[in-house]
Design a protein around this ligand. Structure first.
Ligand SMILES: *Cc1c(COP(=O)(O)O)cnc(C)c1O
Length: 390
């Protein structure tokens, strides 16, 4: 057991010493930046201008700068960023879009919303991103786009994906919702393809005070089209060139996100440091025969939106962690090709063996920036206890 003084760890009880570790502690982050966030909110309330407007524009400029791309377009969510990108790319009913089954639902949901067909390609067992070897065999004359997902905080193999796509004239829409600030060979996630999609859902590395999303591009014409599509396809009030959506970023979100953006690199570095610390602790504890550590492609700077292990006896381990109040979650327990709503696509069990096995084995642990060394030690100690039967 680890020993802490009651002074340091008020949650320790006399009878049973334990450290609670939440999966995510947004309160800890808020307390560090509280006065800046509250003044940003106050300023928006002072303006009484809540949808788009100058604060959204200021944030779009700042984040385009940060992501080293020309344009950023604020939208209502990461899901809408994907949907609007597909709309802009001209994805029509019956078209096919290649993506992975091991991801959050909305990667494929946007494709289906347009009555296009998600065509799945399995992921790599190490990096958990799309296997470039599996893409080419899925391409047909109906393939309009590929959506690689930069899962858990690192980029897919973009050189090989862009090579296949460019050769066939297929557009690449990056789902970078979990990877803001990540990079590959010095280039930021989201800036390789036709467009890059980001989410500001509160649990993402750059989280807002509600839903929000972003599309980035270097193409001025695409930017113009997206600016129209997010306001019902109108370029001037009440004149509609396209059929779009109502999908805009709120001024409150933009103002808060602009404050938080200044901290993003620091927070991402802390997540990476925490991941490295876990890796060391797991190996020192002799646990590598029971858990496989997350693999980082050496070309990538990983920002660890999730620290995700593959664990033996995963479900029993989860029950043990739950009992000892160690936060954890399975991202994702059901691959998309086996989801109820996708039965009409006609896939069956065994079609994507890597994704299916991952769904049985993955376990994400707390890795948020404010996590302390003692908390990480507590997590690894509990996992060690579980496997040693103590
Ligand atoms: C969060 C997320 C989305 C969707 O973002 P929302 O803002 O919640 O709509 C899409 N894809 C992935 C991989 C995500 O993690």
């Amino acid at each position: 057991m680890f020993e802490y003084t009651v002074h340091d760890w008020p949650m320790i009880t006399g009878a049973m010493r334990f450290v609670k570790v939440p999966l995510l502690d947004l309160q800890a982050q808020f307390q560090q930046i509280r006065s800046d966030v509250l003044s940003a909110i106050e300023e928006v309330c002072h303006d009484q201008s809540f949808v788009l407007g100058r604060r959204v524009e200021a944030f779009e400029t700042a984040i385009a700068d940060y992501l080293e791309c020309r344009y950023a377009i604020g939208v209502a969510s990461g899901s809408d960023a994907l949907l609007l990108s597909l709309m802009a790319a001209g994805v029509n009913p019956g078209d096919e879009v290649i993506t992975v089954p091991f991801t959050f639902f909305s990667t494929a949901g946007g494709i289906s919303r347009l009555y296009a067909v998600p065509v799945f390609a399995d992921v790599r067992a190490d990096t958990l991103t799309i296997d470039p070897e599996r893409i080419e065999e899925k391409i047909t004359p109906r393939t309009k786009a590929i959506i690689p997902v930069h899962l858990f905080g690192q980029c897919a193999d973009m050189e090989r994906i862009m090579e296949v796509a460019d050769r066939r004239g297929i557009k690449v829409i990056e789902d970078a919702c979990q990877s803001i600030g990540a990079s590959r060979r010095g280039r930021k996630a989201g800036t390789f393809g036709y467009s890059g999609c980001f989410s500001f859902f509160p649990s993402k590395n750059l989280g807002g005070v509600g839903d929000g999303g972003l599309i980035v591009t270097d193409d001025g014409d695409l930017r113009e089209l997206l600016l129209a599509l997010r306001v019902h396809g109108s370029r001037s009030d009440y004149h509609h060139d396209h059929i779009g959506l109502n999908s805009r970023l709120d001024a409150l979100e933009a103002a808060v996100l602009r404050v938080k953006l200044q901290h993003l690199d620091n927070w991402n570095a802390k997540r990476a440091r925490n991941a490295a610390n876990y890796n060391r602790l797991f190996s020192e504890a002799g646990l590598l025969e029971h858990v496989a550590l997350p693999a980082t492609d050496p070309n990538n700077v990983h920002v660890f939106n999730q620290y995700t292990l593959r664990a033996q006896k995963r479900d029993e381990l989860m029950a043990y962690l739950k009992e000892h109040e160690i936060g954890h979650k399975v991202y994702y327990p059901v691959p998309l090709h086996l989801q109820e709503c996708y039965q009409p696509l006609g896939y069956s069990k065994g079609d994507f063996p890597v994704s299916e096995q991952l769904a049985q084995e993955v376990l994400s642990l707390p890795v948020y920036p404010e996590l302390t060394d003692a908390q990480m030690e507590a997590v690894v100690t509990r996992i060690s206890e579980f496997y040693s039967g103590r």
